[in-house]
Write a protein that binds this ligand. Structure first.
Ligand code: ZN
Length: 198
């Protein structure tokens, strides 16, 4: 008997996906195919903060001065002015440009402030794939940079940063409360990266 799911890939259905035998949606497989096979989405430089005791690991440049701030005048060559250690990785994410005008209420020192944010979707295992550590999960100290690409979608060489973002929130998406993580939704807001300032 023919397996009803062994259909040519040209047939599309609202109720079945090519990626799932059970007929349930498989967001992991769908997002992976979208990003890497169909080349939708964008190249992202993911700046992974080094974490020590639950906080970003401070760079040497913050340890010798009274303010504990990174040096803004002479940009530190180790931390690029961020003030903490990091590792850069290149990955891909789907960027929802239509979310650019969404508003996110942030609690700041001075009170609540509304910030415009964009939404980005990262694969469930994007971090462990690039770091090799299965237990790695993203955190809000990480930074996200959109990279410039040519018209065919290939990265420029050397890489060039198009826009810098800081992370407002990270939501792991699951189909139900105890289900596996299907993808991560990041809310990010555009920042002026200190390293752009000469
Ligand atoms: Zn530094």
């Amino acid at each position: 008997m023919l397996n009803p799911y062994d259909k040519p890939k040209t047939i599309t259905s609202l109720y079945e996906t090519d990626n799932s035998v059970s007929g349930e949606v498989d967001f992991r497989a769908d997002l992976h195919e979208m990003l890497w096979t169909n080349k939708r989405g964008e190249y992202i430089l993911f700046r992974r903060a080094a974490i020590e005791n639950g906080a970003p690991k401070r760079c040497e440049c913050r340890k010798d001065n009274r303010s504990n701030e990174p040096d803004r005048d002479i940009r530190c060559s180790i931390c690029d002015g961020l003030g903490y250690y990091y590792t850069d990785y290149i990955t891909r994410a789907y960027v929802n440009h239509s979310s650019a005008y969404s508003q996110y209420v942030r609690i700041k020192d001075v009170g609540a402030a509304k910030t415009e944010y964009q939404t980005m979707y990262f694969e469930w295992n994007f971090l462990s794939q690039i770091t090799g550590n299965d237990t790695d999960i993203p955190n809000r100290f990480d930074r996200v940079y959109q990279l410039k690409a040519d018209l065919a979608g290939n990265l420029l060489s050397p890489t060039e940063i198009r826009e810098a973002y800081e992370v407002l929130s990270i939501d792991p998406y699951r189909l139900d409360n105890n289900g596996r993580i299907e993808y991560y939704r990041f809310r990010v807001t555009s920042i002026v990266d200190e390293s752009f300032l000469v």
